[in-house]
Design a protein around this ligand. Structure first.
Ligand code: URA
Length: 248
């Protein structure tokens, strides 16, 4: 096994204890211990697997990659920072805000639901790459009567007047009425895709929520605005290493 050494200041910055200078201050104030001994030098190296690092007595546990799932509420934008609007990052605890996480893909400001936040750039790329065809399932309420003709249209693919084209997608009708309810499964992630596809068949999305990405469903224990780390099983489902046991 490869032994992984890292400077203590880098270790603490990665976990989210602050910027390099903030971490240096913690060390200067004698608040950091390594294997129960106070650390004096920020350039001290440690072996990740064999070291117990504490800050103010609480253990600082290192993970190379972090994977969080957020149940995104309406009203926040999917970005890491913005001058005008609150972002999904503002929903995280300060220690998690400093972990260099980024959202995987984008949900509109008024869209709710499953959003992954990670510092694993390779996985992000794989989940978003058009070549990988990772399915995303949305629940939508729409104004207008959804029809079997719409189902057929979604299946055939859609080309908008401006030339934007959408591959074949699955439209399932949950309820057809003045306000209809549907599931839409798409493998791309184009700008306002579900809203624009629905608009192309003459209806309007009035509520949109992402409920599934790959084989990972939005966890039922997560209320709107809440987030937590993915379990190992959930991460496998997201990576496509395991199949979910029910289909939506
Ligand atoms: N499609 C949309 O129109 N909006 C989203 O936020 C996601 C998919």
């Amino acid at each position: 096994m490869q032994v992984k050494k890292i400077r203590i200041d880098k270790f603490l910055v990665h976990i989210g204890y602050g910027s390099r200078s903030e971490v240096h201050k913690l060390i200067k104030e004698k608040r950091v211990t390594l294997n129960d001994k106070i650390i004096h030098k920020p350039d001290m190296h440690l072996i990740i697997e064999e070291s117990k690092v504490c800050v103010d007595g609480g253990q600082a546990v290192y993970q190379e990659f972090y994977y969080y799932v957020l149940n995104k509420p309406q009203g926040v934008i999917t970005a890491t920072e913005d001058k005008r609007y609150r972002t999904v990052m503002d929903l995280l605890l300060p220690i998690d805000q400093r972990k260099s996480l980024a959202p995987v893909g984008r949900l509109d400001k008024d869209t709710e639901g499953l959003l992954i936040l990670t510092n694993d750039g390779k996985l992000t790329h794989e989940l978003l790459s058009p070549k990988k065809h990772v399915d995303k399932v949305y629940y939508a309420k729409i104004r207008g009567m959804i029809t079997l003709q719409d189902v057929k249209q979604f299946e055939e693919g859609i080309i908008l007047e401006d030339g934007t084209s959408y591959r074949s997608s699955k439209l399932e009708i949950l309820h057809a009425g003045d306000i209809s309810e549907i599931y839409v499964t798409i493998s791309e992630g184009k700008f306002h895709q579900v809203k624009r596809m629905v608009m192309s068949v003459g209806k309007e999305v009035i509520y949109l929520k992402r409920i599934k990405m790959g084989a990972l469903e939005l966890p039922e224990d997560l209320n709107i605005g809440e987030y937590r780390q993915l379990t190992e099983l959930e991460l496998k489902l997201l990576k496509g290493e395991k199949q979910g046991d029910r289909t939506l």
